[in-house]
Design a protein around this ligand. Structure first.
Ligand code: NI
Length: 133
């Protein structure tokens, strides 16, 4: 089994804030991230599979890139996640929640069983990895 990864970049703003908490509680939990700010995110989409003897590939990376652009980048690039993206209206756009939303958006667009792992970098120091196994 082989793992193949497509890396993509996008920019979003967000606020880490729960509506049901007051300003003080939000600041205690999320610190400065409870204020509106932005990140240059990097998303790595890893697909798994066996080599196709005819093409020599698992899946064409251009196909993966088109799906990532269509399902994620074109939807959220240069948006405010909290106010512009319904998935985050009632869900704090932490790295954890973002990567789980992205998984759902991508899994149904990629060939069945190929999505292996998502890695989302918020900064060069902070990243989340998600896999269902
Ligand atoms: Ni942030």
């Amino acid at each position: 089994m082989l793992l193949l990864t497509k890396k993509t970049r996008f920019c979003c703003s967000h606020t880490l804030r729960k509506k049901e908490w007051n300003d003080q509680k939000n600041f205690e939990v999320f610190g400065q991230c409870s204020n509106l700010h932005g990140h240059n995110y990097i998303l790595e989409v890893t697909v798994r599979g066996d080599i196709n003897d005819e093409s020599g590939m698992i899946i064409n990376l251009n196909t993966v890139g088109k799906i990532v652009n269509e399902k994620i980048v074109n939807v959220i690039d240069h948006t405010n996640l909290n106010t512009d993206i319904p998935a985050f209206t009632d869900r704090v756009p932490t790295l954890e929640n973002m990567v789980m939303v992205f998984w759902d958006w991508l899994e149904q667009a990629l060939p069945p069983g190929t999505l292996a792992k998502l890695t989302l970098y918020e900064t060069e120091n902070n990243k989340i990895e998600y896999t269902k196994e």
